[in-house]
Design a protein around this ligand. Structure first.
Ligand code: FPP
Length: 249
């Protein structure tokens, strides 16, 4: 079925988003950076709602990177408070829409209250089946990959596995995303064309979509444009177009 130019039978299963441009959006308005983050929440809601309506199964949002700890203290505190406030406020909507919450990253480095509220929301929503919202918090891909390497090295040391047992599948099982399929589409807002230490292993074959829109201005229509653009592309996974059309015949 085609709806608004979108083929509903070819919706990506997992969409990852680098929400960028909150600070610049606020600066344009002569406001503080945290004002930009607060206004980014509307874009989060629009994205989740549209994704759920379309039948996307996983949405991963890069909400706070390991590097973000280096921002000014009042911005970090403001972001953590906003996170706790938003999770508490939206938990009812998550339940009504059958959306499960998950989080990836060095979660123990979060302030205690933030960690506790997050765990409470994850637990409460855990049996929801329609869609999973994954928040990347205190997350960086290099941190995640190094953790997987350390864990595998320790298993080799304890002789639980042999070095030759390490393959893509085993490695993937040691990432934070072990239970989540790789994203088919990665969206980044604000005109920046970078990956910024986000899901480096998982996006090996993802389509990348960049938009000039600053995150607080990102609306339902912008998410639909990203999906429509994704559907125009031919995903070849290293094969030729001819090989792909032979498989489809
Ligand atoms: C990037 O903009 C945005 C962030 C680091 C934080 C995003 C957080 C939210 C939208 C808050 C709510 C989120 C959830 C999931 C409840 P930037 O500050 O890097 O912008 P700039 O590049 O213009 O400075």
């Amino acid at each position: 079925m085609i709806d608004n130019g979108i083929d509903m039978s070819r919706i990506p299963q997992h969409v990852a988003v680098i929400m960028d441009g909150n600070g610049r959006w606020a600066k344009q308005k002569g406001k503080s950076r945290i004002f930009g983050h607060k206004n980014g929440v509307k874009a989060v809601r629009d994205t989740i709602e549209t994704a759920a309506e379309m039948g996307v199964k996983y949405v991963t949002l890069y909400a706070f990177s390991t590097e973000n700890w280096n921002r000014p203290k009042d911005e970090v505190t403001g972001l953590m408070e906003l996170l706790v406030f938003t999770i508490n406020k939206e938990i009812k909507t998550l339940m009504e829409n059958e959306i499960a919450l998950q989080a990836i990253g060095d979660l123990h480095s979060l302030p205690k209250r933030c960690y506790n509220e997050l765990m409470r929301a994850i637990e409460k929503t855990s049996s929801n089946k329609r869609m999973t919202l994954v928040l990347a918090l205190s997350y960086s891909s290099k941190w995640e990959i190094l953790n997987a390497v350390k864990e595998l090295a320790s298993q080799v040391e304890k002789k639980k596995i042999k070095p030759e047992d390490i393959n893509e599948e085993l490695f993937t099982q040691h990432l934070c995303t072990s239970s989540i399929p790789d994203p088919e589409l990665l969206i980044r807002t604000s005109g920046e064309h970078r990956i910024s230490n986000f899901l480096l292993w998982q996006i090996a074959y993802s389509e990348l979509y960049f938009t000039e829109k600053l995150w607080p201005d990102f609306r339902k229509e912008d998410f639909k444009l990203a999906i429509a653009d994704f559907q125009k592309r031919e995903r070849r996974f290293g094969k030729t177009s001819e090989q792909l059309s032979n498989v489809m015949q």
